[in-house]
Design a protein around this ligand. Structure first.
Ligand code: ATP
Ligand code: MG
Length: 265
């Protein structure tokens, strides 16, 4: 379970550049919950995820994971609880290391032992099985440097890596945004499959209203550093993309075109 208590994130406080990216966020995420997160550019979505992964420490407020206060726990220690997949397929993995070396690093995440500990025949079989399941022909290419693969192939590996470690929480920041529609949809299928299989707790940022309502069981909408909508249960089931956009426009009460949202993708 994740508890966010009064989370505030201010960049460059007290200067002309001051930016309040998160304003008094209070949120409880139950174990196994799959939340989709939407909102306009600069609304605070990525900042929220970075506060959860420990990449940023909040200016004020408290974060509890499984009742343990992790507010100032650095990201490498928090990796035991939280893993992530970024928007950029090049982020979060080493291009010069091979597929198996990257996967071995993922297995060792949050542990003290080195890379070689995870390159045992047992682990190689585990990597091959995981790679075979994504049907991209990568199971025979364990020794290929990651930098030689396409964006979609790398994103599939990033996802597999994110679930190889011990963490039960997964954060996804527009992780299919850089991919073509076909690859994006197969990566989304893989995402759902891994989340169900591993019973993960998930926060997934997307600009697609369709994905936001289709995937997961709860949708949060951000605007100007605040959660302005929180839909779940029957209320969410009844919603479609157009209605969601309409409610958002009413909520922020201003002339808003919704251009940054993709309705039917
Ligand atoms: N490291 C930083 N330094 C200064 N300001 C930042 C930093 N990171 C984010 N911000 C600011 O905080 C606000 C929220 O940014 P954030 O990246 O969380 O938005 P977002 O909702 O993820 O937007 P997008 O949909 O464009 O990815 C923005 O105004 C942004 O300029
Ligand atoms: Mg973002």
């Amino acid at each position: 379970m994740i508890h966010l208590h009064n989370i505030n994130m201010v960049f460059y406080p007290g200067t002309v550049l001051e930016k309040k990216a998160l304003k008094n966020i209070n949120l409880t995420i139950e174990k196994g919950e799959f939340i989709t997160v939407i909102g306009g550019n600069g609304a605070g979505k990525s900042t929220l995820l970075r506060v959860i992964t420990g990449d940023l420490f909040p200016t004020r407020g408290k974060i509890l994971i499984n009742n343990q206060d992790v507010t100032t726990t650095p990201p490498e220690k928090r990796a035991r609880f939280v893993s992530q997949v970024f928007q950029d397929p090049r982020a979060g993995a080493c291009p010069n290391l091979t597929i198996e070396e990257n996967m071995a690093l993922a297995v060792m995440r949050g542990k003290k032992r080195g890379l070689r500990m995870a390159l045992t025949p047992f682990h190689r079989r585990q990597f091959q099985e995981a790679l075979a399941s994504v049907k991209l022909g990568l199971e025979g290419r364990l020794g290929t440097p990651l930098g030689m693969l396409s964006g979609g192939q790398r994103q599939a590996i990033s996802l597999l890596m994110s679930v190889l470690g011990p963490s039960e929480i997964l954060v996804l920041d527009e992780h299919t945004a850089a991919l073509d529609p076909k690859t994006s949809s197969s990566i989304l299928k893989l995402t759902e499959q891994l989340i169900t299989e591993k019973k993960l707790t998930v926060l997934m940022v997307t600009h697609s209203m369709h994905q936001a309502l289709l995937m997961g069981s709860r949708t949060l909408m951000f605007n100007e550093g605040k959660i302005v909508l929180d839909f779940q249960g029957n209320e969410r089931k009844k919603l479609n993309e157009e209605e969601l956009l309409k409610i958002f426009k009413q909520k922020i009460n201003e002339e808003y075109t919704g251009d940054e949202f993709i309705l039917n993708n």
